[in-house]
Design a protein around this ligand. Structure first.
Ligand code: ISE
Length: 333
């Protein structure tokens, strides 16, 4: 059975997902695309010949030939589009965040609870990155003892013009929040955002240090620096009682040239997490086919937004901020 996917959003992530779906994922066909910009749709249709253009994303969602929907539109549109999919019980993979507001995330959870099944997967793709998966496996194996501290680094080359100081938390740090929960298997109890000296190459508060205190006392420190200039660089080291587990950045080659030896950095997250995106999309297609959900759930999406919200309060107040979560519904295990 081929899963026929409709894509909403033909920007940076939408077009990358279209490329991966049509070249590297099996059992799937991209048959519909919606975006306010007809030129962007045109570029996707050039390579994905079967894709029909939809001016209105709601028409795409309701189209009977679309089996499942991939939402990659701007963050503030996510919640409403996911709810529209749930209204007609259509599976949906939504790029992170599930929604920027806690209220909208809770509406999605209520809707899934009422349906009694999980149809939403949130695109926290690092859960499919071989490095983080191995980090979690080694921790769970127990040989290194208990986790104590997790050090994370998240650097982008240059922030896009629409990026704000708050978005360092809601758009970038959410990945660290989600992956810390995934690797450690614990919830975040408190968040503190520290604001070091700002780079002179941006007007906003960049970098920021996001400190997460997990409910078992593990502390996660994440440096978020979105104008780091030199390359896209994501690192993590988990310090345990008897050793450490660190990600090895995926470099294919070392180049020796002009009296130097070096490793290249990717320019953004797409090449760095290429394997993760591909595995995530393949896993989603299998989940749609089998009806057995995988990846980050709507609950995980809600928690990441709730922790980010506490982070925003800490950024504004300079104080450590408590994370308050709703009780976890049975649907989410
Ligand atoms: C972007 O939206 C992403 O999701 C990337 O993975 C992240 O590294 C980047 O900071 C975000 O802006």
């Amino acid at each position: 059975m081929i899963i026929r996917v409709g894509l909403i959003g033909a920007g940076v992530m939408g077009s990358d997902h279209a490329r991966i779906l049509s070249t590297a994922v099996s059992g799937v066909e991209l048959i519909a695309v919606s975006d306010p910009d007809a030129g962007r749709i045109g570029k996707i249709v050039e390579t994905c010949k079967a894709a029909r253009a939809f001016a209105d994303p709601l028409d795409l969602i309701r189209d009977r030939s679309v089996d499942a929907v991939l939402v990659a539109s701007p963050d503030q549109t996510h919640g409403a589009l996911v709810l529209a999919c749930l209204d007609i019980e259509k599976p949906v993979l939504c790029e992170k965040p599930l929604a920027p507001s806690i209220e909208e995330c809770l509406k999605v959870i209520d809707k899934e609870k009422a349906l009694g099944r999980r149809l939403v997967m949130v695109g926290y793709m690092r859960r499919f990155d071989p490095g983080y998966v191995e980090m979690k496996r080694r921790l769970d194996e127990g040989e290194l003892g208990a986790a104590l501290v997790m050090h994370c680094i998240h650097r982008n080359v240059v922030a896009p013009s629409f990026m704000t100081a708050s978005m360092l938390i809601t758009n970038s740090a959410v990945h660290e929040i989600d992956i810390a929960r995934f690797v450690l298997g614990r919830e975040v109890r408190r968040v503190t955002v520290m604001t070091p000296r700002k780079t002179g190459l941006s007007t906003m508060q960049d970098p920021q240090i996001v400190l997460l205190e997990m409910d078992d006392g593990v502390v996660v420190d994440a440096e978020i620096f979105v104008n780091a200039q030199y390359g896209y660089d994501v690192r993590a080291e988990l310090v345990c009682e008897k050793g450490t587990i660190a990600l090895t950045p995926p470099h294919d080659v070392t180049v020796k040239h002009s009296a130097k030896e070096g490793l290249a950095f990717p320019s953004d997250w797409r090449p760095r997490f290429a394997l993760a995106y591909r595995a995530e999309l393949q896993a989603w297609v299998e989940a749609v086919r089998s009806g057995v959900p995988t990846g980050a759930s709507a609950w995980d999406g809600y928690v990441a937004t709730a922790v980010a919200d506490a982070g925003l309060k800490s950024l504004a107040s300079g104080q450590q901020t408590e994370v308050k979560l709703e009780p976890r519904p049975a649907l989410y295990g």
